[in-house]
Design a protein around this ligand. Sequence first.
Ligand SMILES: *Cc1c(COP(=O)(O)O)cnc(C)c1O
Length: 351
Amino acid sequence: MPIITTKLRKDYMMVNLISDTVTKPTPAMLNAMFSAEVGDDVFREDPTVNALEAKVAEMFGKEAALFCPSGTMTNQIAIKTHTQPLDEVICDENSHIYQYETGGYAFHSGVAINLIKGENGKITAAQIDSAIKPNYDWLPRTKLVVLENTCNKGGGSYYNLEEIMPIHQLCKAKNLALHLDGARLFNALVETGESTEAVGAMFDSISICLSKGLGAPVGSLLVGNTDFIQQARRYRKVMGGGMRQAGYLAAAGIYALDHHITRLKIDNDRAKMLAKVLSEQPYVAHIRPVHTNILIFAVKAPFTAATFLEQLKAKGILAVAFGTQTVRFVMHMDITADMVEYTIRVLQAVR
Ligand SMILES: *Cc1c(COP(=O)(O)O)cnc(C)c1O
């Protein structure tokens, strides 16, 4: 018997393109949450958390997984578990772990970061190879490589398996751990058609977010082998991420994985559709290639990102500036076809 039958939101007139994190649970997801069986997950007695962890581990062909409150936490635990203080992490200069996690790599793990200038957030095996430091007492020790897929600040660009394979092989040859920040991994997989198992085989650990395009209110998972996840579980506890009846949240995650993956293609396609509309507007200076659900474009003077966003806001459309002239739109499951049509009309009327 469903408990919630209508979507609980007061702001349905707003078109919120700020991020795919703004989604609210659907009635069906809320019902799945209400009917979850729960227990104390710190004692590993929450059947729904256990089921979610087993489900995600199996999806990626890995031994174990760990449910955490956020993607920042899964990434930070991964860095902590893979490294010792004075080690070094290689990643793209625009990586979320470097840009948007409050410098946590230094705070939690005492590691250095070695930044690579990638292309749209993507780095290559050759770039990584030349960034690996030789073994001297006076140098940090290169230990971990982190890829991001899709690349948030790279405009939603993605790696395919052919690009990841040489990086995987290099890391094996050089004895480096390889972690994937897959906050929006499924937005890439609906484009490439690649399987989660194939991705799992490339990495020592993977983070995925349930609270982005998949539409769950809270939660991320870290996936890896049994020993890795056992250690990660201790770090989750010391970071304050051990939750009790978290099964209510895990139920939303299970629902999201079962029902909200394939529809991500709609979000990706809509981002491309809006890019096409923007390409026909006189006030648009430049549009970054659209790969998935993120659309980044620059407006011409006399517009600035701020004045452009003010005009949109007056029409009930919200987005964020990504620079003085640059604006970002993110598509997600709370954007309806009507909202897309309305947004197109507003974009065509901006002057
Ligand atoms: C959102 C995001 C994360 C994690 O963010 P939380 O808000 O902490 O869940 C990690 N990496 C990328 C690329 C992201 O976009």
